[in-house]
Design a binder for this molecule. Structure first.
Ligand SMILES: C[S@@+](CC[C@H](N)C(=O)[O-])C[C@H]1O[C@@H](n2cnc3c(N)ncnc32)[C@H](O)[C@@H]1O
Length: 213
């Protein structure tokens, strides 16, 4: 096990990570991929999600909002938020190696290695907003409950949603339950766009905003 288990062909690396059987194994594979993630995804795959999500953040959030980047990975979203003038940024991810790359960017106030599928050490209402990109088929769907706990009433979730895994991975069901309890409401759903138009033209995503009550 180690760096040499990463497929040589960069086109196969996303599939290799995604074919993990458990969330723990998925995160371990992110540890292995971390060093090459930015060049593979950011440059080669032409990954557009951070730019699109931050465009929505600029319309929805205040620049001094405390925002946590859930499944922050190597910090591509944090870097884009920082470039747009958001400075109160916390990175949370389960992969220590992905977070080491994020740390090197110097854009986050704090960096925390946590499993967002479980209750984290943060107090209720700790943040004004969460932004999460590239995570719909990756983080456990009950992370949505943790987002709701961590965001103050009136705060926002900006979620880059792939609609198939939103249903099949259980987010839709948990959203329904939280919405029925009056805790969360979808405010807007952006138009579908190609996440990685160069290499994965069939992968679409929408940026949704949700408000916490
Ligand atoms: C496709 S990457 C997205 C990274 C970054 N948001 C981006 O858009 O480039 C998915 C991230 O979700 C993280 N992740 C997966 N399961 C998680 C969990 N249970 N808790 C926290 N992070 C998790 C992985 O470690 C990985 O960094």
């Amino acid at each position: 096990m180690g760096k040499n288990e990463l497929p040589d062909n960069k086109a196969q690396r996303v599939d290799w990570v995604m074919s993990a059987d458990t969330n723990e194994e998925l995160v371990r594979r992110y540890d292995v991929w971390a060093e090459l993630y930015d060049s593979d995804v950011g440059s080669y795959e032409d990954y557009l999600v951070p730019t699109e999500a931050v465009r929505v953040a600029e319309k929805t959030l205040d620049s001094n909002d405390r925002i946590f980047d859930a499944g922050a990975g190597t910090g591509l979203v944090g870097q884009t938020l920082h470039d747009a003038g958001f400075l109160e940024l916390w990175a949370i991810d389960y992969s220590a190696e992905m977070l080491e790359i994020a740390r090197s960017k110097g854009v986050y106030r704090e960096i925390h290695q946590c499993d967002l599928g479980k209750k984290t050490h943060f107090a209720d209402d700790s943040f004004d907003a969460v932004i999460t990109c590239g995570t719909t088929s990756q983080m456990p769907s009950y992370s949505l409950r943790e987002f709701v706990r961590l965001i103050r009433p009136g705060g926002h979730i900006i979620f880059a949603v792939m609609t198939d895994p939103w249903e099949s991975c259980g987010y839709a069901e948990i959203y329904k339950e939280l919405n029925a309890a009056g805790k969360i409401d979808i405010q807007s759903r952006g138009e579908p766009f190609q996440m990685m138009p160069t290499t994965e033209p069939d992968f679409y995503c929408e940026i949704w905003t949700m408000k916490i009550s």
